[in-house]
Ligand binder design. Structure first.
Ligand SMILES: [Zn+2]
Length: 467
């Protein structure tokens, strides 16, 4: 929808609802009881804040009851739906109640239960039409899911539930919030797997920075209950896609363009054996994200990351034409580690040696760096570091990258690991199932990338009810 169509739509909706606003106004104006409550604000010492909250509660309560009764009555009048399996008209087998959470509070719906002779299962058609037939018995309306999931993307399920209670006057439990967040996160993952490329013009240069960060997961896989044993850590693999056409005013160096970052994050495997025809789960997800976010179509592709092997394996497999750059800060940090191991942390010798080899690295003299490292052969840190530089030397041509105007640091993805994953999934006492962690990371990525409203606009609309 264009901006204009959205504005037109909003106007039409406002017109359709104007009668209700007028009716409430009239009711409040003509009610002596309400006049007394207003007087109480002025004279009775009851604060205006409490008045407002009570008024909101009463309006929402009335609305929830009115909506429940109307929908239940309409369901009772509805015609027989066609059976999904055999196509014949289904038969109503009495009514049952349900209490989904909505942004008006709990609704109380009585709706028909429909069955067909061809199968054992039955359906609540009203639930399907309203979109409250959630996975794992979520029983929340779409608006409630929308609000709960967004709040839960920011903070723990318990705090999200409490926040909705305070801000919207709707009481949800932590459990319901968790289910809502996981359902929406799961839907966002499915949407991401199917969504076509975003349809922006191909970028001149686009960056992809993958990185890994540990998430505490519960120590059970099949059947056994959580038994309080310490959790273990699984690696969440995060990738950020972005552009960097902007230049720093002082240094002239490239900087990430504001609002350009797109994320994908999940716990999955980057391992694929040579005999496997299929790429790894991580490689498939990274490719899908590269297609969606325009990296696959970018005129120049740049992968900036630390020296982890799984990253460069995936990059070589998926993006054979990409410029691959080892994040210069990671490389320098490795050299400082050697300096500290060999000369002792904080010593003048450590500082002098580390600065010297870092300068050589900046100037692209990797041979000089390796020569310095080999002088300390036999020291474990120095030997490992030499291996790292040998494996990655083709991705350390920093003067050439600067010449090309490229970003040579991956600070972006590290801050994403911290803010996207760490601040939500690694708080004290948190332990996740792998599926739950993936649902919440998908949800959080979507919200942070400002695509949450897109998702809701495109979310599948339920089928209309039979007349
Ligand atoms: Zn049937």
């Amino acid at each position: 929808m264009t901006e204009e169509m959205l504005a037109q739509d909003a106007l039409e909706r406002k017109k359709a609802w104007a009668f209700l606003e007028a009716a409430v106004r009239l009711l409040l104006l003509s009610s002596p009881e309400f006049r007394e409550l207003c007087r109480g604000v002025l004279t009775g010492g009851r604060g205006f804040r409490e008045f407002e909250l009570d008024l909101r509660g009463a309006l929402l309560g009335g609305a929830a009851a009115g909506v429940s009764e109307n929908l239940s009555a309409l369901d009772a009048e509805s015609g027989a739906p066609a059976c999904g399996a055999c196509g014949s008209a289904m038969v109503r087998r009495g009514t049952r109640s349900t209490a989904p959470l909505s942004l008006l509070g709990l609704l109380t719906l009585r709706r028909g239960y429909w069955t067909c002779g061809c199968s054992k299962g039955g359906r609540h058609v009203l639930d399907e039409v309203l979109g409250i037939a959630g996975r794992d018995g979520v029983r929340g309306t779409p608006a409630a899911l929308w609000a709960l999931a967004e709040l839960a993307s920011e903070t723990s399920f318990g705090k999200a539930a409490a926040r909705l209670g305070r801000l919207a006057g709707v009481v949800a439990t932590a459990k319901r919030t968790e289910r809502a967040a996981k359902q929406v996160g799961g839907e966002i993952t499915a949407w991401g797997e199917a969504e076509p490329a975003l349809g922006e013009a191909p970028a001149e240069t686009m960056y992809c920075s993958p990185d890994g960060t540990g998430v505490p997961v519960v120590r059970r896989d099949a059947g056994t209950a959580e038994d309080g044993r310490p959790s273990k850590t699984r690696e969440a693999k995060v990738a950020v896609f972005h552009t960097a056409e902007r230049r720093n005013a002082k240094t002239g160096l490239p900087e990430r363009d504001a609002g350009s970052a797109r994320h994908t994050a999940a716990i999955d495997s980057a391992a694929s054996r040579d005999v496997d025809a299929e790429p790894s789960a991580f490689a498939r997800r990274l490719w899908r994200a590269a297609e969606r976010f325009g990296f696959a179509a970018a005129k120049r592709q740049v992968v900036v990351a630390d020296g982890a092997k799984w990253i460069w394996n995936a990059a070589a497999e998926l993006f054979p034409n990409a410029v691959c750059i080892v994040d210069i800060w990671h490389a320098k940090e490795r050299l400082w580690e050697v300096g500290r191991a060999v000369y002792g942390a904080g010593t003048e010798l450590c500082r002098a040696w580390s600065e010297k080899v870092c300068a050589a690295l900046s100037e692209g003299r990797v041979d000089d760096v390796l020569r310095e490292l080999r002088r300390h052969a036999g020291d474990k840190t120095a030997d490992q570091c030499a291996g790292y530089f040998e494996n990655n030397r083709g991705r350390m041509r920093y003067p050439a990258y600067r010449e090309m105007g490229l970003l040579i640091g991956s600070g972006m993805v590290e801050s994403s690991c911290r803010t996207l994953v760490g601040e939500r999934l690694k708080c004290s006492g948190m332990r996740w199932s792998r599926a739950g962690a993936n649902d919440v990371m998908a949800l959080r990525s979507c919200v942070r990338d400002e695509r949450y409203d897109d998702f809701w606009r495109r979310r599948r609309k339920p089928p209309p009810m039979a007349a």
